[in-house]
Design a protein around this ligand. Structure first.
Ligand code: 13P
Length: 249
């Protein structure tokens, strides 16, 4: 059985005051029946880890460098994320692919570094609106998967997030059929590449305008094991609704 996962990506949001939202979340879910993960900005990671210590909630990073250390001004290694208290890192988010020109091979190298450091990697894939309208969605997702997911992946260290770029922060969500089609495709690809055992144990998250009001129906789609949530993860009240919907799935 795959454990359900509600993951929050705070992106470049949050200073010290935002830790109160995390504290409220720990009060709301002292022992959640699903995995709950918050990925705050790196500057808050250590304090966030302290805030959730002893609860069922964990924290993660939003990116890491492929190397363990070295002359890379401004970058953060996977070992540093672990040292700060992270157990997971988001990699290849479309905002990183776009803002920092990250290519599939960069994401794959980062994922190797993260897995070697003992982190779980949430590898993000997703098509643009133009690609969907040109009926290229599955081809794009397949290419991102082959290029970004390293060979050492297992059901334990790999999580795949399907985030259609046009659904991120827009309030637009694919139909449930469209989500199911992509998630079934990702599952089949994983089984083909890694074998049924591993392929079936990797968790698949949907991301893009998930809110308390649409979470339950999205969680009802086949091969959706949880969500990667941006805007609605910033407030404990909103994210709680999503965690509750997942707990009821
Ligand atoms: P929103 O939930 O704000 O659409 O963001 C989704 C996302 O990019 C999570 O990584």
């Amino acid at each position: 059985m795959r454990r359900k996962l509600a993951a929050g990506n705070w992106k470049m949001n949050g200073t010290t005051a935002a830790l109160s939202e995390l504290e409220a979340l720990t009060r709301a879910f002292p022992s959640p029946t699903v995995d709950v993960l918050i990925c705050p900005p790196a500057t808050l990671l250590h304090r966030a880890a302290e805030a959730v210590r002893g609860t069922g909630i964990t924290v993660g990073g939003q990116d890491c460098h492929a190397a363990t250390s070295g002359a890379h001004t401004g970058d953060i290694s996977a070992d540093m994320l672990v040292d700060a208290g992270a157990n997971t890192v988001i990699l290849g988010h479309s905002e990183r692919r776009e803002d920092h020109d990250e290519q599939n091979e960069d994401v794959r190298a980062k994922a190797r570094g993260a897995m070697d450091a003992g982190l779980k990697a949430i590898i993000c894939v997703g098509e643009s609106l133009e690609q969907r309208e040109a009926a290229n969605t599955l081809e794009i997702i397949g290419g991102q998967m082959s290029g970004s997911i390293p060979d050492q992946s297992t059901g334990e260290n790999l999580i795949v997030a399907y985030e259609p770029i046009w659904a991120i922060g827009t309030g637009k969500v694919p139909t449930l059929n469209e989500i199911g089609e992509v998630h079934d495709f990702i599952r089949a690809r994983l089984e083909r590449r890694f074998g049924e055992g591993v392929g079936r144990s990797v968790r698949l998250l949907y991301g893009g305008s998930v809110k308390p009001s649409n979470a339950a129906e999205i969680f009802g789609v086949s091969n959706v094991d949880g969500a990667l949530v941006g805007g609605a993860s910033l407030k404990a009240a909103d994210f709680s609704g999503i965690v509750e919907a997942l707990e009821k799935t």
